[in-house]
Ligand binder design. Structure first.
Ligand SMILES: C[S@@+](CC[C@H](N)C(=O)[O-])C[C@H]1O[C@@H](n2cnc3c(N)ncnc32)[C@H](O)[C@@H]1O
Length: 317
């Protein structure tokens, strides 16, 4: 991994051993079909790549019955569901559950130029946002997410996108401790409420960032001005792994307590079914099934329905 060149030998060893262990999950049974297809992936060159479009586009469209496209489509189907996107791979229109371009649009104008920056996306899913960042020519981009299906999705795209300074590893926020004041910019989007230790995540994020570095924090939130969090006794919007849902104020206070400064609210909006929905590439239930069918202000369990916020902040210089 290119990132090792900026790290101490001791930390490299820790990350390399976590990587070796996690990489074993690529051999799990659910990935038998993609493993079988992998050596047969076509040796195409993507003459056209568009990372500036809402639909990340890699390769000039091939006819639907072109043998190379047929294999690529089998591969993309073998690693379903696609939660983040949209992508277009040689004409294959991968309409993911999430219109991740909506989040990107809300964020893009507030993001300072990333040219020559070292950028980390924590819990990146398949790497959609870092593909979108490529036109700004950061020095290096690392996408981390511990889920093997996403390793396959990322590498299926990157094999043809061929961005030399973009990598993916199955590390999680827990591994951030291996980076000491390294990153210029860190994205932590859609992560914090899924984990039990929000202050631990914020501490790890801060320590991994350069002084003066930029944090992009994105989260579900509940409406209201008080500094409080909803702590659901069980599921929230059908999700088992939502531990708390803060107000924007509470999230800002957590970030302040963790040592971040210059906290800015970039966008806060009601979460809408147009942004997260059932598609051919994510055939399972989606947001409409997670909220009260008679009252869009409530989740299926009767909690306040989610809004989303994007905050940016700096690590003290
Ligand atoms: C709600 S998704 C957010 C994806 C993306 N960041 C976005 O904003 O669209 C949460 C992501 O966190 C990943 N994840 C799970 N455990 C993690 C961990 N320990 N550290 C970092 N990410 C993790 C999941 O695989 C999933 O891709």
């Amino acid at each position: 991994m290119q990132v090792y060149r900026w790290m101490d030998e001791k930390d490299v060893q820790v990350l390399a051993s976590v990587k070796a262990e996690r990489d074993k999950s690529l051999d799990w049974k659910p990935f038998a079909a993609i493993r079988e297809l992998w050596p047969r992936l076509p040796g195409l060159t993507a003459d056209l790549c568009r990372f500036d479009l809402p639909q990340v586009t890699i390769g000039t469209p091939l006819a639907p019955d072109h043998p190379a496209r047929v294999v690529l489509e089998q591969a993309a189907r073998a690693v379903m569901p696609w939660k983040k996107g949209p992508f277009n791979l040689f004409g294959i229109d991968i309409d993911a559950e999430w219109r991740s371009d909506f989040k990107w649009e809300r964020l893009a104008d507030a993001l300072p130029d990333q040219k020559d920056k070292l950028v980390l996306d924590v819990g990146s899913n398949n790497g959609y946002y870092l593909f979108r960042l490529l036109p700004q020519r950061p020095r290096y981009l690392l996408s981390i997410d511990p889920v093997p299906r996403l390793w396959y999705q990322f590498h299926l795209l990157q094999r043809y996108a061929g961005a030399p300074n973009l990598e993916f590893a199955m590390w999680g926020w827990e591994e951030l401790a291996c980076w000491k004041e390294l990153w210029d910019t860190v994205f932590c989007m859609g992560i914090i409420y899924h984990h039990r230790d929000p202050m631990g995540i914020l501490r790890n994020l801060r320590e991994a960032m350069k002084p003066g570095g930029l944090l992009v924090m994105e989260s579900i939130v509940i409406p209201g001005d008080d500094s409080i969090c909803l702590f659901p006794p069980d599921r929230y919007a059908r999700m088992r792994n939502v531990w708390f849902v803060p107000t924007v104020t509470a999230l800002k206070h957590m970030m302040t307590r963790a040592g971040f400064i210059d906290i800015r609210e970039v966008a806060t909006n009601r979460h809408e079914p147009a942004e997260q929905r059932t598609t051919l590439w994510n055939p399972g239930p989606s947001y409409r099934d997670f909220i009260d069918p008679h009252n869009a202000d409530l989740t299926a369990e009767g909690h306040p329905a989610p809004w989303r916020t994007i905050l940016t902040a700096r690590k003290k210089g």
